[in-house]
Design a protein. Structure first.
Length: 551
């Protein structure tokens, strides 16, 4: 048998295809496979068409593929719409009690019939399909039972009864190989963002729900007691950003989350945070835009917006991780950096990272630790919130602290925080903040701000950012070309980027937007691309598409 499998399961919203996809992924994970799940769903509560594409491989993978080895259909639309996505030797698994399918490679399962006979409800058909699939590919009942007990809490006995009845009726046609690799946990990008921030000392998360960032809010709210984080759901994004600044000024490590439309409402507060030097950290998970766009689908269209958001000279970090492990690492790092330099920051991800599920290597947990900002030591006399220093970073005290009067101002101000409009005072304070940016640029060059994969000596290179890392890395390693991934976008790691570009004769850019936004960033630093391949249909790149683009 193969050591890589691609499975698509689909149905209407409300039929449980997404949960079923996660259970199938866990079955393969129990056998030592590395997992990636792409979830595709419409902005509907019921009806429409949802599907999950599960890819299981011996090697670490970060994207799904266009062709599938198995197609699991919970409804007729899945059978008809995704028949074309089935590999020529692929197998269709469907409800033979409801549909008749004239297809060579098929496995009919009396799902609806068994569910009714055992007194189940319609949504339990997904358990029947899972059980039929598990038996078909040779997964042992003990493994299926273990995973179902972990994932199904309601009506567990009945669900297990349905699964066992189907399992005993179906014969095995295949036997997937159990790999000699440890089982890794499966987490979404949003969960990774949450956990990375917690590891760096997150105290408070504030948000108004907006897809695809909502998962961070829901995960932290569900686990607030065990993670030790306070979670607040406010009435809109304006309230969210301003409340977060107040929390930061009171000493709480705070993060907020949204998508492009919500971030638009936060931009005035972003300028406020820059002026009063608050460590406001914003998770901006991109979706297809402009306006409401396509709410449940992906894009990389907010890069320039986040780089230039806010009025005036804004100093901020913009960091764009490319998978769940990077999301964990950089979520923690950006919180530390923001507090170190007392400046706002943006963690820029997208739907493909936020809502996809990844096998997660727990060794990265040790790479994130909380670091402390420069604190007021009470030795310099009367406290000045904006003390002018050589590096631009003022020792910080928090509201309510004994012997410290903390003045937070949206106007230009002196060292105490009192409004000013004199020429010398304005320039001194602007220069103070600009010195921080010089330190930020030097800091970036010390970090792993640019990743390189594939053949590092290749004269042909592709450049990607964010979630496009997944399919691009896979293809670069297959074809023997260099792949370059800038992770920190602002301050731009100019030295690192020009170093990794040495010897490159042809540079091809891939990104999921219509205007080549990263190309504009690269051009501003004198870096020219020879060709750009853009995708802007609200879907991520597939490895096959990257390969065609290179060839």
């Amino acid at each position: 048998m193969n050591k890589e499998y691609s499975i698509l399961i689909g149905g209407e919203a409300g039929q449980g295809s997404r949960k079923a996809g996660f259970i199938i992924a866990k079955l393969f994970s129990e056998y030592g496979y590395r997992i990636f799940i792409y979830d595709d769903y419409q902005s509907l509560i019921k009806g429409g068409h949802n599907f999950s594409n599960i890819r299981a491989s011996k090697e670490k993978i970060l994207s799904h593929k266009g062709k599938n080895d198995f197609l699991l259909a919970l409804d007729e639309r899945t059978m008809t719409e995704h028949k074309k996505d089935l590999d020529k030797n692929g197998v269709m698994i469907y409800d033979s009690g409801k549909y008749f399918l004239n297809l060579k490679n098929k496995r009919g399962i009396p799902a609806q019939k068994i569910v009714r006979e055992l007194g189940g409800i319609p949504i339990m058909k997904n358990i029947a399909i899972i059980a039929g699939f598990a038996k078909t590919v040779g997964i042992k009942w003990q493994v299926l039972e273990k995973v179902l007990k972990e994932e199904i809490k309601r009506s567990q006995d009945l669900n297990l009864k349905i699964a066992k009845t189907i399992f005993d009726e179906i014969q095995s046609d295949f036997k997937i190989e159990k790999l000699k690799q440890k089982t890794l946990p499966l987490i979404s990008g949003n969960e990774a963002v949450a956990l990375g921030a917690v590891q760096a000392g997150l105290n408070l998360y504030i948000a108004y729900p907006m897809t695809p960032a909502s998962g961070v809010l829901h995960y932290l709210a569900k686990n607030k007691d065990s993670l030790g984080v306070n979670v607040v759901h406010l009435e809109n994004e304006i309230a969210v950003a301003n409340a977060a600044i107040g929390a930061v000024c009171s000493g709480a490590r705070t993060m907020v989350g949204t998508s492009g439309g919500g971030f638009a409402l936060m931009t005035e507060a972003l300028s406020l945070a820059a002026q009063n030097e608050s460590a406001l950290v914003i998770v901006e998970s991109q979706r297809m835009s402009p306006a409401s766009g396509v709410p449940t689908y992906t894009a990389q269209g907010d890069l320039l917006f986040t780089l230039f958001a806010g009025h005036g000279d804004i100093l901020k970090f913009v960091i764009a991780p490319g998978d769940a492990e990077e999301a964990f690492l950089w979520s923690g790092e950006i919180l530390n950096l923001s507090w170190k330099y007392q400046t706002p920051s943006i963690l820029l991800i997208d739907k493909e990272i936020s809502e996809s599920t990844f096998s997660f290597d727990k060794t990265v947990l040790n790479k994130v630790k909380r670091t402390e900002p420069t604190m007021w030591d009470k030795q310099q006399g009367e406290y000045k919130r904006y003390t002018i220093t050589k590096n631009g970073i003022s020792p910080i005290a928090f509201m309510g602290e004994k012997d410290a009067v903390v003045k937070i101002n949206s106007y230009e101000h002196d060292e105490f925080g009192i409004t000013i409009d004199d020429i010398d005072g304005i320039k001194k304070m602007q220069d103070k903040r600009l010195r921080k940016f010089e330190g930020m640029k030097k800091e970036v060059e010390k970090l792993n701000a640019v990743n390189v994969f594939g053949n590092k000596n290749s004269k042909k290179a592709i450049i990607v950012w964010g979630s496009t890392k997944g399919p691009a890395k896979e293809v670069a390693e297959k074809l023997g070309v260099k792949m370059i991934q800038p992770v920190i976008i602002q301050p731009f790691p100019e030295k690192q980027m020009k170093e990794v570009l040495k010897g490159v004769k042809k540079l091809i850019l891939f990104e999921t937007n219509a205007t080549g936004q990263m190309e504009k960033v690269l051009n501003s630093y004198g870096i020219k691309v020879d060709k750009k391949v853009l995708k802007y249909d609200a879907r991520p790149f597939l490895p096959e598409e990257i390969e065609r683009g290179i060839k």
